[in-house]
Design a protein. Structure first.
Length: 252
């Protein structure tokens, strides 16, 4: 068994780094090359399809980055679908040493979000089947409950604009905010939001405040006295979010 494990380890080392690791004893080099090529090509195809913009932006350096990922990163999951998440972790740890453009980590995350949310295990119908929660409740009188399938994200780089033709060299003075959610049809939706909406959503994450309390807290936060206008704004926003499955419902 030890001999087999030794061969297995040598085989894996060669697969990861064929330029620097020897062919395991007893395995013809030509046959080994077939495994090396198939393994790398499958990995590269998976990553390029999940990170198409990053792939194009890195251009000639893309294959170098995939090789570095294969050599230096040890995945913490056996699930094939989790490899893109592992690649993001690799970028977080090695982007600077690889001297990649400073926006690469955020760009990769932005490209992964749709995949990650689509694969989330939570089910909207099951989440809504909790006692006291209704999709017909009054969003102002009751407590609006934010769906765990709605993510609030911020980026210091204009990730939605980056392309081969536009690669910024400096981060934004103010972050951009993104709301991404999975609706009842299992479709992933995106919306760019402003800081006022972000503040409201973050207040709702506690699951404690009624819509009316949110209005009062928002007025204090913005130092505004026109409660009627803020109430109309908040009601319209919450009812729209309930309709679009960003809210699970209203707890009475």
């Amino acid at each position: 068994m030890k001999a087999f494990q030794h061969t297995q380890a040598a085989f894996a080392a060669r697969i990861r780094d064929p330029q620097n690791q020897p062919v395991p004893a007893g395995i013809p080099q030509q046959r080994m090359a077939v495994y090396e090529t198939l393994f790398f090509n499958n990995l590269e195809d998976l990553l390029s399809s999940n990170f198409p913009v990053l792939h194009e932006v890195l251009a000639d350096r893309w294959l170098e980055v995939v090789h570095a990922f294969l050599i230096h990163h040890r995945c913490q999951t056996p699930l094939f679908a989790e490899i893109p998440r592992e690649f993001m972790q690799f970028l977080h740890e090695h982007a600077e040493s690889l001297q990649l453009p400073p926006f690469c980590e955020e760009l990769a995350h932005y490209e992964w979000v749709e995949i990650g949310l689509a694969a989330a295990r939570e089910d909207l119908a099951s989440l809504r089947a909790q006692p006291g929660l209704s999709v017909e409740g009054d969003v102002m009188a009751g407590v609006p409950i934010l769906s765990p399938l709605a993510w609030i994200l911020s980026y210091q780089w204009p990730v939605h604009e980056i392309s081969v033709d536009y690669q910024p060299e400096t981060a934004l003075a103010q972050p951009v905010w993104l709301l991404v959610w999975r609706d009842g049809n299992l479709d992933v939706q995106f919306a760019w939001i402003n800081e006022t909406v972000v503040w409201l959503l973050q207040q709702m994450e506690t699951g404690r405040h009624s819509g009316q309390v949110l209005v009062e807290r928002l007025a204090a936060h913005l130092r505004r006295e026109d409660l009627a206008a803020l109430q109309a704004f908040t009601r319209s926003l919450l009812e729209d979010y309930l309709h679009r499955d960003i809210l699970l419902g209203v707890r009475t």
